[in-house]
Design a protein around this ligand. Structure first.
Ligand code: AHR
Length: 637
């Protein structure tokens, strides 16, 4: 297959080139008229962004590049999760969680390894299985560290190795010469040679003498995006960059709320040195390391040039627990004010100084703050009072901030309302006009979570069609719908990795791929434009959707066309108000059936195909294949 690079991290297949001519039209032609010189509204520059939370192993075991799973030694009745004993040859050792000693107040547990018998050839210790393995590439340096102490100097050196699961072969090794009897952090580097890239590897930490070793916060990172220490996976960041996101909504979602109030996202416990982060339970059934904490979210924004849309905890957690507005809510409001100061304050403020201490003296720009998440689920009806209390306190100190409500509020008018949609494709077809009649004088709209629920673990082509139809409606109404984000974004496709389907991007420890819905979004978001020229369509079937935008600086028109019927859809396109270049560009995403999808094994089964479109003038006859999402780009002369 021939692959053309269209955008960083996005492959376009030229093998299945679709021309406008060779398919025999079956449906009657639709007539689409476009008045290039008559803008009817503006397109929101922030329309497309990202929404994420810790779900589906999105950060731990996903974007956050840490390779060691359960690096702070949590256990359950079965023992310490994801860690196993190593007893090579006649070496003998036991391992157990130790709650009596650890390198910080935040970490309550360490791992105690009692080595009864070991020598240089027969080492004993522990291994970590990673997040369904550890992805290793050839000739690559992996940087690691751990906190450790020993019962005496007799324990000697610690050997750290990357080992192939199947062959047992050591593919990289390093030695930490001696361990002190007080807690201390040790660093090491592991460099692979000419190995075959694979996810079937683990990390072993062993010693060659009898004695006791304690370990905590064992960490290992591959090279990361922008070479950030404690950073993100490059392949996933490149896929996100290709979505041209204008913003990042974080940290949730349900992850913000937690199942219980004491399991909420407590931002203060996610900043500073990793050893001072206690970790916390995510409502999606596993513990979050909080290695990707508040500052890392903000740096992720910086790396992809996104603006943060910061959701603050607003006193409601998922098990119908809420904090009463008034006195009880005050500490939570103060926590949000402190958070805003951490994000935006100068280094001369208390929390701005903390951010500077954490390595980022420059304040971040912040425009949007969301108060809570899906508070329509709070049966107590307390959101009116909770929102008002946050709103007044935040506006008093930060009048310029736009405050998003998660549902309509009585008594005051929010700056913006966050709407969520998880529906089947047919529902999005019916609802593509949802915002056409929305009151333009009301609050602005943020569609903070949306997805067509078709496909698992990642969205299939049916979902891509539903998504594309829905996006035409979002674009057409982006004078009022100023931001929108698909959710969930990420899924680790290993067994047990997924809590919610479908998702946009799938991965394991080594590889990743975009779903058809991902490519539909790449197409839409890479061709946004800033104006919506006047247009109308006549004679189209009920499975034809479109959006026309114009880039006024480039003098370029973007026609986004969706044919979600199985039959070809001929379209007679009339352009007025501009003389057009004779040759444009056609980008086509299509499939033979709606269940078709991409997988780890076939990541490029459905990818956009880019071709030249000849014969453009004031009139273009174009035929869309059945089940297709297309972008026509034409320049004005
Ligand atoms: O995206 C998955 C979940 O859906 C989010 O956490 C929540 O906000 C919504 O109900």
């Amino acid at each position: 297959m021939v692959l053309k690079t269209f955008a960083r991290g996005v492959a376009f297949s030229a093998a299945a080139v679709l021309t406008t001519a060779f398919i025999q039209a079956q449906a009657p032609a639709a007539r689409l008229t476009i008045h290039a010189d008559q803008p009817v509204s503006q397109v929101s520059p922030t329309l497309y962004g990202l929404m994420t939370e810790e779900i589906n192993f999105s950060y731990d075991g996903g974007l956050y590049a840490e390779m060691v799973r359960n690096r702070t030694f949590r256990g359950d009745w079965t023992g310490i999760l994801n860690w196993m004993q190593v007893e090579n040859g006649n070496a003998r050792a036991t391992m157990a969680a130790d709650e009596k000693t650890s390198p910080s107040d935040a970490l309550k547990t360490s791992l105690r390894i009692d080595v009864k018998q070991a020598d240089a050839q027969n080492q004993a210790g522990v291994l970590n299985e990673g997040y369904w393995g550890m992805g290793l590439q050839a000739n690559t340096t992996y940087k690691g560290s751990f906190y450790a102490k020993a019962d005496s100097g007799a324990l000697g050196a610690v050997t750290v190795s990357l080992v192939n699961d199947a062959s047992g072969k050591v593919v990289a090794t390093a030695v930490v010469p001696a361990i002190s009897t007080a807690w201390k952090q040790y660093e090491f580097s592991l460099k692979t040679g000419a190995i075959e890239a694979s996810a079937a590897n683990h990390l072993a930490i062993t010693v060659g003498h009898a004695g006791t070793l304690w370990l905590d916060l064992v960490s290992l990172f591959p090279p990361t995006y922008h070479d950030r220490a404690n950073g993100n996976r490059t392949d996933l960041m490149e896929k996100l960059a290709a979505l041209h996101p204008a913003f990042l909504r974080f940290p949730g979602g349900n992850y913000l709320e937690g199942n219980h109030i004491d399991e909420r996202y407590e931002w203060k416990k996610t900043i500073g040195p990793q050893v001072d982060r206690p970790t916390h339970p995510s409502p999606w059934g596993y513990q979050s390391s909080d290695g990707l904490g508040l500052l890392e979210f903000l740096e992720w924004c910086e790396d992809l040039k996104m603006q943060p849309v910061l959701a603050v905890y607003a006193g409601y957690s998922l098990s119908q627990e809420h904090v009463n507005p008034g006195h009880d809510l005050e500490p939570y409001v103060q926590d949000a004010l402190d958070e805003l100061e951490y994000v935006t304050g100068g280094a001369d403020t208390k929390w701005g100084a903390t951010r500077a201490r954490d390595g980022h003296p420059r304040p971040f720009k912040l425009t949007y703050v969301e108060i809570g998440n899906e508070d329509n689920f709070d049966k107590s009806g307390s959101y009116d009072g909770r929102y008002a209390q946050f709103y007044k306190a935040i506006k008093a100190r930060y009048p310029e901030l736009q405050l998003i409500a998660t549902m309509p509020v009585k008594g005051l008018r929010p700056d913006m309302i966050d709407d969520h949609y998880y529906v089947r494709a047919t529902k999005f077809y019916e609802d593509a006009t949802h915002y056409d009649k929305t009151d333009r004088n009301g609050p602005k709209i943020f569609v903070g979570e949306w997805a067509t629920k078709e496909g698992s673990p990642t969205a299939n082509f049916d979902a891509a069609l539903g998504d594309a139809a829905w996006m035409t409606g979002l674009e057409r109404n982006s004078d009022i719908v100023v931001m929108a984000a698909y959710a969930p974004l990420l899924v680790n496709v290993n067994p047990g990795g997924m809590q919610w389907a479908p998702d946009l991007i799938g991965y394991d420890a080594l590889r990743s791929y975009g779903s058809p819905s991902y490519y539909a979004q790449v197409i839409f978001a890479s061709h946004l434009g800033d104006q919506m020229p006047g247009s109308k369509v006549e004679g189209a079937g009920d499975r034809f959707f479109y959006s026309i935008t114009r880039d006024s600086a480039k003098k370029r028109l973007y026609l986004k066309l969706v044919n979600s019927s199985s039959e070809p859809q001929p379209v007679e396109i009339e352009f007025t108000g501009a003389k057009l270049a004779a040759t444009g560009t056609l980008i086509s995403l299509s499939a033979k059936n709606i269940q078709a999808t991409n997988t780890m094994e076939q990541p490029a089964a459905i990818v956009p195909v880019k071709t030249a479109l000849h014969g453009v003038n004031s009139h273009l006859r174009h035929t869309m294949p059945g089940y297709s999402i297309q972008l026509i780009q034409v320049d004005e002369q």
